[in-house]
Design a protein around this ligand. Structure first.
Ligand code: CU
Length: 324
């Protein structure tokens, strides 16, 4: 009777363990990035293998304990070659499955990080730089935009592509009262600029490189390789590959966003890169996951995932704000 009760208790314990193990996978439901989807997919795949093995092994154990509960003396096991070959091969197959499944996910560029100083990004990828420092997170974004308008701006090192210059006065170094239509700069001053491909009056395309523009108004301008920044909150677009380059300005930190399945260490003087793609909009908590001093627990931030349009608007607005 006592033994039967014990078997019942053990079974209950087994079922509880099983439920505890399965529950997170069930609760997960949807994933918010490609990265998170891959990680949870691997998790469930391994669980599909681990649960039947656990049930089998525990079942045999419980059955054996129950069956030989009254045996006085244990009998020595006899050699059984067939059994040994079977469990060796079965184990090899299971380990092979675990290895292949893990490798596919861990070797995926959306999961594994690279440590290159300069990762050359194709133009179709958003680039975000993350700077950890005691005890705050700062972010820098690359801005490429078209059809940008603004006024009262000071622009440095900008390049305006496809602009047409009219009524240009000066010698190509200092241009005053320039009227540029297409990208229109009215009553602006271009200091130390170079104007190439422009005829003195109307017509040709012109591009400005390394130009400083003071108090200008621009409309319908193109921004190439501009930068924008934010502090505390990182913005991210949906349905677009994002390359997050992470470094530190002072000390060891770790960029950790559990809700997006992202985690990467931040070292001073080194860039660690993670690539991901968000699948839905939302806001997620950012933590520092490397003890970095007395303010470590307060080193929090947010990651806000918005639509591509909204992200683009954020970039341009931040860029314009930084110029004025
Ligand atoms: Cu930190």
């Amino acid at each position: 009777m006592v033994n039967r009760k014990r078997v019942g208790l053990m079974s209950l314990f087994g079922v509880t363990l099983f439920l505890a193990a399965v529950q997170p996978a069930v609760a997960q439901g949807t994933e918010s990035t490609v990265t998170e989807g891959l990680i949870w997919g691997l998790n469930s795949n391994l669980l599909y293998v681990a649960v039947p093995i656990t049930v089998l092994v525990e079942g045999i154990l419980i059955y054996t304990v129950w069956k030989y509960r009254n045996a006085d003396e244990a009998k020595p096991t006899q050699e059984n070659r067939r059994l040994e070959i079977t469990w060796t091969i079965a184990t090899a197959i299971i380990l092979l499955f675990v290895g292949v499944a893990s490798y596919q996910v861990l070797g995926n560029p959306y999961v594994s990080a690279t440590s290159d100083q300069q990762v050359e990004s194709p133009g179709n990828m958003e680039e975000i730089e993350v700077y950890g420092q005691k005890y705050i997170w700062n972010f820098e974004y690359r801005v490429d935009a078209e059809g940008v308008s603004g006024s009262g701006l000071t622009l440095e090192n900008v390049s305006l592509d496809g602009a047409t210059v009219t009524n240009v006065t000066g010698d190509g170094i200092r241009v005053e009262n320039a009227q540029i239509s297409g990208s229109s700069i009215e009553s602006g001053t271009l200091v130390n600029g170079t104007v190439t491909g422009a005829e003195n009056t109307t017509g040709d395309d012109v591009s400005f490189d390394g130009v400083t523009v003071e108090s200008a108004a621009i409309s319908d301008a193109t921004i190439r390789n501009g930068t924008a920044s934010s502090s505390g909150t990182m913005m991210m677009p949906t349905n677009r590959d994002v390359e997050i380059n992470i470094t530190s300005r002072d000390w060891l930190h770790s960029f950790h966003v559990p809700g997006l399945g992202l985690k990467q260490d931040a070292f001073p003087g080194e860039w660690n890169t993670i690539k991901t793609r968000a699948t839905e909009t939302g806001q997620h908590q950012l933590y520092c996951a490397e003890y970095c001093g007395s303010g470590h627990s307060q080193m929090l931030g947010n990651v806000t995932v918005v639509s591509q349009d909204e992200y683009q608007r954020f970039l341009v607005e931040s860029w314009l704000e930084a110029q004025s």
